[in-house]
Write a protein that binds this ligand. Structure first.
Ligand code: C5P
Length: 409
């Protein structure tokens, strides 16, 4: 089947894929694959060896991916170290076609061109699809190199047997599209179990204005929400973080800044359509000034001030009531100082949640502002999981481990 006619598996959609092309005649076939992956919503960046460029020009790959092609390890297009950039950026690397020469150089740990240097700088799963003449494929030197790569955790897609460009019949043809795509799914499955998922996370305490310079808020730092967003993004999900706080940069998280509960609700309505999971870690306020002043309230002119507060409508309960979001798995977060389970379960029912994470805020060593958290994860069907004290990031992964099997496919 031609490479561009094969359906792209859902697990690969939305992933950042580095396609490293070495110099074999099969390089032309990989153009179709780059095109099909890009059209399916993957972000594809291509890097080519000098020999690959003798077969296919970089503008061809640039044309089908919409991204500049890396052709060397020296600064280019404003990227100081293209191999380090690509290695950090990629969630999955595919080397296709992989020639005997590049396989040997990868096995030796070389880094003297963009393909080998990117592989050394990579932090993600790697799949290689060899293609070469049948005699080269059969040589012990080549097979020993492949064994080394397999031992290092690299997935090797066996080439096909058939007509070769050299005129011979034998093993060495670049594997077909579905074999390459299956190997890519295999390569990412363990590490990217949220690939193809859309996750929306809220974080931070909402800020309700009193006047243009003052607001009512709470002590939430947004760290738990950020940890959840980072964990989901690192596991391959497409993540939107709707937040009132400032967070470090993180690959794969789309940050939407808001202040008030009303802005958070509006942003959720626009982001939540088509999402699989909502992690509502924001500390949405319960009351806001009934009327905010448009001008700064001046102390000289205001001997005493009484603020009238009105209740803030429940954001997550409003969303639960909207049919457009009925299929989104909704996880709430509750900070409680007593009767954790009973109060949290009451919120599950009242807010139309599928699950809730309850923390004990009477404990000083966890919670607001801390790097640590602990609590209990309760599902609407009564399942209960203790979340032992751990860093917020560890807890985020634990929560995702427990929620993932319950998401609809
Ligand atoms: O009622 P409580 O504030 O303890 O509930 C916490 C959960 O409900 C959190 O997930 C929070 O984001 C959400 N919430 C909300 N709208 C509110 C208050 C809380 O969505 N007005």
């Amino acid at each position: 089947m031609p490479l561009d006619a094969t359906p792209i598996p859902i697990e690969l959609r939305g992933l950042r894929i580095a396609l490293l092309v070495s110099g074999g005649i099969a390089a032309y076939k990989v153009v179709d694959l780059a095109s099909a992956l890009s059209q399916a919503g993957c972000q594809v960046r291509v890097a080519m060896t000098a020999a690959a460029m003798r077969f296919v020009g970089p503008p061809t790959f640039q044309g089908v991916t919409g991204k500049p092609v890396a052709t060397g390890i020296w600064p280019a297009d404003g990227t100081p170290e293209p191999h380090v950039f690509l290695g950090d950026w990629a969630q999955l690397i595919l080397v296709a076609p992989a020639t005997a020469n590049v396989i040997g150089r990868i096995a030796d740990g070389r880094s003297d061109d963009i393909v080998t240097a990117t592989l050394l700088a990579a932090r993600c799963p790697v799949v290689i699809a060899p293609a070469m003449n049948d005699a080269m494929w059969a040589k012990p030197a080549l097979q020993e190199n492949l064994t080394k790569l397999r031992h290092r955790g690299i997935t090797v897609v066996e080439p096909e047997t058939g007509h070769l460009a050299s005129g011979h019949e034998g093993a060495g043809r670049l594997a077909g599209a579905s074999a390459i795509l299956n190997a890519m799914v295999h390569g990412i499955r363990a590490r990217y179990d949220l690939a193809g998922r859309r996750v929306v996370v809220t974080a931070g305490g909402t800020r309700e204005p009193i006047d243009p310079v003052r607001f009512i808020s709470n002590y939430s730092s947004g760290k738990m929400g950020f940890a959840l967003a980072a964990a989901a993004a690192d596991r391959g999900a497409k993540v939107t973080l709707i937040t009132t706080a400032n967070h470090p940069e993180h690959n794969g998280i789309d940050v939407q800044r808001v202040d008030t509960a009303e802005e958070m609700l509006a942003e959720l309505r626009s982001q939540l359509r088509g999402s699989d999971l909502l992690l509502m870690a924001a500390a949405v306020g319960d009351f806001r000034p009934a009327k905010a002043s448009d001008r700064k309230i001046r102390r000289e002119e205001t001997p005493s001030l009484t603020l009238e507060l009105e209740p803030i409508p429940d954001v997550v309960a409003s969303l639960a009531a909207e049919p457009a979001f009925a299929t989104v798995f909704r996880v709430g977060f509750a900070a409680e100082d007593s009767k954790l389970d009973a109060k949290a379960m009451e919120k599950v029912k009242r807010k139309g949640l599928q699950a809730i994470v309850a923390n004990d805020i009477s404990r000083r060593d966890i919670g607001f502002g801390s790097e640590y958290n602990a609590g209990v994860l309760l599902f609407a069907d009564g399942a209960r999981h203790e979340l032992e004290k751990a860093t917020k990031r560890e807890l985020a992964d634990k929560i995702l481990d427990l929620v993932l099997p319950r998401l609809k496919r």
